[in-house]
Design a protein around this ligand. Structure first.
Ligand code: GTP
Ligand code: MG
Length: 255
């Protein structure tokens, strides 16, 4: 009876974030339980994973692990993407292609140590700003037609094992403050270039519904985009698996 409920394709999560943030390392951990050595990614890659026995999927309810439908329901996929600026169109394409129908959420991986430097922070906040703006526009278009549904976002504040890393609450604050700056720079750039000057009446490209004050992730709720910033580290001592239980829990909740 339950067999017909098994899905043909698995819940999919898209891994985004700057180069070196730890996306591919996280994908290897989610796949095999241990982080592996990686090379800079050149193209997107889909990786099949299963929730470990210690984490309960919401859909599993009280049924036993031996139930065959439970195994199917514990299956999910992650799409690892290249973080390099010139390859990001691949990552964005995953939001628009046929696989986007299976997307259950986005995991935006951040190097919590790298964003303590101004260049690292600007790079990451710019990527995140542009992603959120794209999702906001997508959502606005969807309201008129029957378009894509909203996606929850996990901002995975990674590398917390490094002593130079910012704690998750500061990662959140730094990113919100820098997105506030990026938003102003972007708006000014559009004005200077004359783009958007002739389409009066059209909505200006402005991230969030919070007006001109400081940007907060909570403002994205208007576009049905739920954002959580959660700390962790893919790699622990001596290259062993680090601490990512809260990320597993987020995945389980969103499958
Ligand atoms: P691109 O493919 O270029 O977009 O980068 P990526 O996000 O896939 O980064 P990758 O997974 O290749 O990791 C980059 C480096 O960060 C590797 O040397 C990893 O071992 C290291 N790394 C990943 N996670 C952690 C962590 O939690 N702690 C520490 N200390 N290092 C980590
Ligand atoms: Mg990679």
């Amino acid at each position: 009876l339950y067999r017909s409920r098994a899905r043909s394709s698995a819940s999919t999560f898209l891994l985004l974030g700057s180069s070196g943030a730890g996306k591919t390392t996280l994908a290897t951990l989610l796949q095999g339980g241990q982080p592996s050595k990686t090379h800079t990614s050149q193209e997107p890659q889909t990786i099949e994973c299963y929730l470990p026995g210690t984490i309960e999927a919401l859909s599993q309810g009280y049924r036993s692990q031996n139930d065959p439908t439970v195994k199917a329901e514990r299956k999910f996929a992650v799409i690892d993407t290249p973080g390099h600026g010139k390859l990001r169109h691949h990552a964005i394409a995953s939001l628009e292609g046929p696989e986007s129908k299976e997307l259950r959420g986005i995991i935006f991986v951040v190097d919590s140590a790298a964003i303590s430097s101004p260049t690292g922070l600007t790079e990451t906040a710019t990527y995140l700003h542009d992603l959120l703006l794209l999702l906001q526009k997508r959502r606005a278009d969807a309201k008129s037609s029957k378009g894509p549904v909203s996606l929850p976002i996990l901002i995975a504040a990674n590398k917390l094992d490094l002593f130079t890393a910012l704690p998750a609450q500061l990662v959140r604050k730094y990113l919100e403050d820098e997105i506030t700056n990026v938003r102003t720079t972007r708006a000014k750039g559009l004005l200077d270039s004359g783009v958007g000057m002739d389409d009066q009446g059209e909505e200006r490209e402005w991230l969030g519904e919070g007006g001109d004050g400081p940007f907060k992730f909570g403002h994205m709720a208007e576009s049905d985009i739920d954002i959580n910033v959660v700390g962790g580290n893919v790699v622990g001592e001596k290259g062993q698996a680090g601490e990512v239980n809260e990320w597993w829990a987020w995945i389980a909740d969103n499958m």
